[in-house]
Each structure stands twice: as C-alpha cells, then as structure tokens.
Design a protein around this ligand. Structure first.
Ligand code: SF4
Length: 376
C-alpha cells in the first residue's frame, strides 16, 4: 500500500508531468456510461464502503462479492460488528486471508461506536486515524460518502496513472509513490464529480487497464495515453526488482481425530504471529513429536501421512505435512490450549484456509492433496 498520506503536509514539489487534458472529465463521462454501477457497495453508506474497501485489499472482486453479502447479513451495522465476539468476526472472515485485516476491522468498528457515536468520521484525514484505514482507503470512503476531493492511489490506480501519463519510474519506491500522489491530487475534478471520478479510476483499472493485455480500444484515453502510444502499454508500471525469494519453512500439522465421536482437536493460536487468534491444527517440527502429543489423549488406533502441500505467507513459504491420527480418546484428558469440535462446529470457527481445506475433506479421503498453494 502507498504510505504517503493524502494531506497537505505530504504535498510534493511541482511535478514536471503534464496531466492529460480533460483527464477527469473524460474519466467521469466514461464511468457514467461504461463503468460499473451494480456492485453492492456502491452506496453512500460509509459502513458498507469501508467494509468493501478493506475486503478488496489483496482480494478479487468476484471473491469479495460472496463474503460481502454474508458479512453484511451477519453484521448489518457497524454497531453489530463492534458488539460481536472476535471469534465470530474471524469466522466470518475465514478464507479471505490476511487476518490482521479482520482484527483491525473489528477494532475500527469498536472505535467508531465508542469514540464517534457509531458514525464514521467524514474527512479522509480523520478516517485515516482509524485502525486498518490507510490514506487511499480513507480517501475512497470520503469521496464516495461525503464528496470530499480526496485522491486515491491503490495498486490499480498506480497502474492507470503510470500508463496514461507514461511514468516509467520503478514501483514501488518512495520517490515514485510521492510523484504519483502528487499527480493524483492534481488530476482531481470538482467535488460534484468526485464519486464518479473515483469509481472511474477503480473501474478503469479493474476492467480495461488490467495488468496484462489492457483493452485500450475502448479506453477514454486511447488517443493520448502515453504508454499506448509507445506501443507497449503493458510494459508499465516498471516493477522494482524483487530483492529475494521468500524463505521456506516446513511443519507437521497434526489432524487428531476421535472417529467414534466424530471429533477433531483444534487449538486457539496466539494473538501474535501467523494466523493470530484463529483455531488451527497443532503444529510440530517432526512426526515423532506429533505422535507423542497425540498419545497423551488416549490409544492411537492408526495414523497416516497425507500428501504435503504449500502455503504462501507474505514473508515465507510453508510446506505443510499433514499427519492424520485416529484415537480412542481417554475420557477426561485435555490440554488447556485446545478442545474437541465436531465438523459442523469446526467449520463455524475462524480457521486458516489450509486447515479448513483439510477438515472439509471427506472422511473417506486418503491422500489426495488440497490445492497445491493456498493463501490466507
Ligand atoms: S489506453 Fe490502454 S494502457 Fe492507456 S490507460 Fe487506457 S487501457 Fe490503460
């Protein structure tokens, strides 16, 4: 995410980039005629706009549509979300990944209710003080709901601006981000058009000016887009070379079952580290450790190593070796960090995506792997 706030303090020196003529007018006209108008969060309700903006960070629209419908049915207001237990919020978020977003979302709702009487602040500057709301998200909420002339600059908008204005400085970099924020602010239209303009930037990036094979023929900037005129619009934005590959780790994930009771052992993860606050299968460095742990609960009937799979985190890649152990559980034995759940209960919890994938496999499944790389 861009890190330069959309405030006067962050105003940059005058740029040499010449804005395309009538950029805002052309974009607004295009959005009104050809943009998207039926997304469920295209309303002036800051709760729904905020929710969608958070969900859309790192998640595709097609996925968010489904989650947004379920989330708003379960938490129809910011008050309902603020009052919900964290477990319930994480469960509703389960599968979207990046669980800090969900925890920030919950905390933000509580602050809106406790400190702002249940009404979202109405300026980008004050919205950006809330947990999980960066400058671009704050600007989007302020533009859509309160007609503030505030500039957005998410990844899609960076791409549109780099291409339309022929900016070939590498992204992400602090210098380029500053330049783009400056340009984004200079391009803003007058307040009455700000919602359509902001939506237009998002729509153009999502539907025409896509990362690969942009559909320039129907773009409002087809005549003077500098990247298109260069003959290779897809070349922009120029990506900063990645510094290094992510380190690799591996873990044995113990799927402990009590088949006679149809129960699965799950543990609540700590609030720090990966998958904070979610329910997960216990993890070990080696199979022997996992089997020793399993034996504490009763007599092991059998165990099976399932096919390994990989899970991508932001900072490392995890190879998961699932070990399924069936037990005859000795009554009264437990461990404080976990508990037994039947499958129906387990799927209502906030679970990491690979754990959900494992648990949802039919009981008769043997070793067919879940999808090779999962995020979340
Ligand atoms: S003309 Fe093509 S590259 Fe340029 S802004 Fe439009 S879709 Fe993007």
């Amino acid at each position: 995410m861009p890190t330069v706030p959309n405030t006067d303090q962050a105003a940059q020196p005058a740029e040499t980039i010449q804005p395309l003529p009538d950029f805002a007018d052309r974009l607004v006209r295009w959005q009104r005629h050809d943009g998207r108008h039926d997304l469920p969060w295209q309303v002036r309700d800051p709760y729904r706009v905020w929710l969608s903006e958070i969900m859309l960070q790192q998640t595709q629209v097609v996925t968010v549509l489904d989650y947004f419908a379920r989330f708003t049915a379960r938490f129809p207001t910011v008050q309902a979300l603020a009052a919900a237990p964290e477990d319930e919020v994480l469960a509703a978020w389960s599968g979207l990944g990046y669980y800090r977003r969900a925890r920030h979302l919950h905390r933000c709702a509580q602050i809106v209710v406790e400190a702002h009487g249940g009404a979202f602040p109405q300026t980008a500057e004050s919205l950006a003080t809330l947990p999980g709301i960066g400058p671009s998200t704050a600007a989007a909420i302020a533009a859509f709901c309160f007609d503030e002339r505030a500039a957005i600059l998410d990844g899609n908008v960076q791409r549109v601006l780099c291409r339309s204005h022929g900016i070939d400085d590498p992204v992400p970099s602090t210098a380029t981000t500053r330049k783009l924020w400056s340009l984004a602010r200079r391009l803003l239209p007058e307040a009455p058009d700000i919602a359509a303009y902001t939506q237009g930037l998002m729509d153009l990036g999502a539907t025409l000016c896509k990362p690969r094979r942009p559909t320039c023929a129907t773009c409002p900037f087809v005549e003077d887009c500098r990247a298109r005129r260069s003959g290779d619009p897809q070349r922009l934005p120029v990506r900063q070379p990645t510094r290094k590959t992510r380190p690799e780790r591996s873990t044995v994930m113990l799927w402990l079952r009590n088949p006679s009771g149809g129960l699965n052992w799950l543990e609540k993860r700590p609030q720090q580290g990966v998958w904070p606050g979610l329910w997960s299968l216990p993890q070990f460095d080696a199979t022997e450790q996992a089997l020793q742990f399993a034996a504490r609960f009763g007599r092991v009937i059998g165990h099976q190593e399932l096919a390994t799979f990989r899970h991508a985190f932001t900072h490392f890649e995890l190879t998961i070796l699932p070990l399924r152990v069936d037990l005859q559980v000795q009554p009264g034995v437990s461990e404080p960090q976990g508990q037994w759940f039947d499958l129906g209960e387990a799927t209502q919890l906030g679970l990491p995506a690979p754990v959900r994938s494992l648990l949802m496999r039919p009981m008769s499944a043997t070793d067919a792997p879940p999808p090779s790389v999962l995020r979340g």
